[in-house]
Design a binder for this molecule. Structure first.
Ligand code: CA
Length: 229
């Protein structure tokens, strides 16, 4: 699916119609607030965003920076009337995949959309899978038994660490060093707190526990239910 962020309804209608005629599913937003909401709520089905910069409520560059923080894997093509070099540099530096200026040729835009989607298909296999857990490392979405799990930043980092070391006991110190880096108080119980958050999310709907406490040693992820204590 392509997200089209454009407040000029004439251009938006023209683009949506053209993209749909090429077989793309299109969803539209006319302001930054709606666009941010759509991306936050979307999963792997969102392939690309076309982003106008002159939006009524917020500058498109700000939207782009927020996406880069929250959804680093989402390709974004800026579509704007700002055609000076400084704007192009600012857009690409803010993380745009490509930059197209208005007025644009629809055929050229289509070719750029195809190019971006091609690249995405080649890199989209960056997934981590352990048992019935799956992490999409590009779009930062986690699944258990094909159900999406919403994870906060540290929960994600913690789960990724466990999934990169399945069956292995990880001590609290190892976890602190890897997930919190320098940003922690060594005496804190933050690891235990986050493990309990993560367990609650992973064990929803009565699914078997995967993260097991190893007394006096730490925690480990046992991907096969019933294998643990
Ligand atoms: Ca505009």
């Amino acid at each position: 699916m392509i997200l089209l962020v454009e407040d000029d309804s004439r251009i938006a209608a023209f683009l949506a119609k053209g993209l749909q005629a090429e077989g793309y599913a299109v969803t539209r937003a006319e302001d930054a607030r709606t666009a941010l909401g759509i991306v936050d709520a979307s999963g792997e089905d969102l392939d690309l965003a076309l982003l106008d910069l002159g939006l009524p409520d917020r500058d498109g560059l700000e939207v782009l920076r927020l996406w880069r923080a929250r959804r680093p894997g989402l390709p974004v093509i800026i579509l704007t009337a700002r055609d000076d070099v400084a704007s192009k540099v600012a857009g690409l530096d803010a993380g745009a995949t490509d930059y197209v200026t208005k007025p644009f040729s629809f055929d050229e835009l289509l070719a750029r959309v195809r190019a971006v989607l091609r690249t995405r298909e080649q890199t989209v296999s960056t997934e981590l899978e352990v048992g019935d857990l799956r992490l999409d490392l590009l779009s930062k979405v986690a699944f258990r038994a094909d159900r999406r799990i919403e994870l906060a930043h540290r929960e994600w980092a913690l789960l990724e660490l466990f999934m990169r070391h399945p069956n292995q006991v990880l001590s609290r110190t190892q976890i602190l060093n890897r997930v919190w880096e320098y940003d922690f108080d060594p005496g804190s119980n933050v690891v235990d707190v986050y493990v309990s958050y993560l367990r609650r999310k992973l064990n929803r709907d009565g699914l078997a526990p995967l993260i097991h406490t190893v007394r006096g040693a730490g925690y480990r992820l046992l991907p096969v239910p019933g294998q643990g204590n």
